[in-house]
Design a protein. Sequence first.
Length: 97
Amino acid sequence: MLQKQDILELLRKFKKNKGATYDIIRLGIFGSAARGTAHEDSDIDVVVVLGKPDMFNLIGIKQDLEDEFKCKIDLVRHRENMNPFLKKRIDKEAVYV
């Protein structure tokens, strides 16, 4: 499993290279990767804020990140009207690039 700083660096590069293509406003991690408690079998929880919500962009981002990281990515679009428990957790833990 990659370390937190390595994950963030790869996300920075991804946002720089693909941010305009996917209309990415913010990109970050939360969960065990952000807390530094991830283990070898952990997935990476990624949060994204898009300029214009688009299901095809979400699918593309998830696939591209899984290709880049070579592991499962749980991608969540941050928005106002989302599960309040998940939103609170993301707002507390997220580390953005």
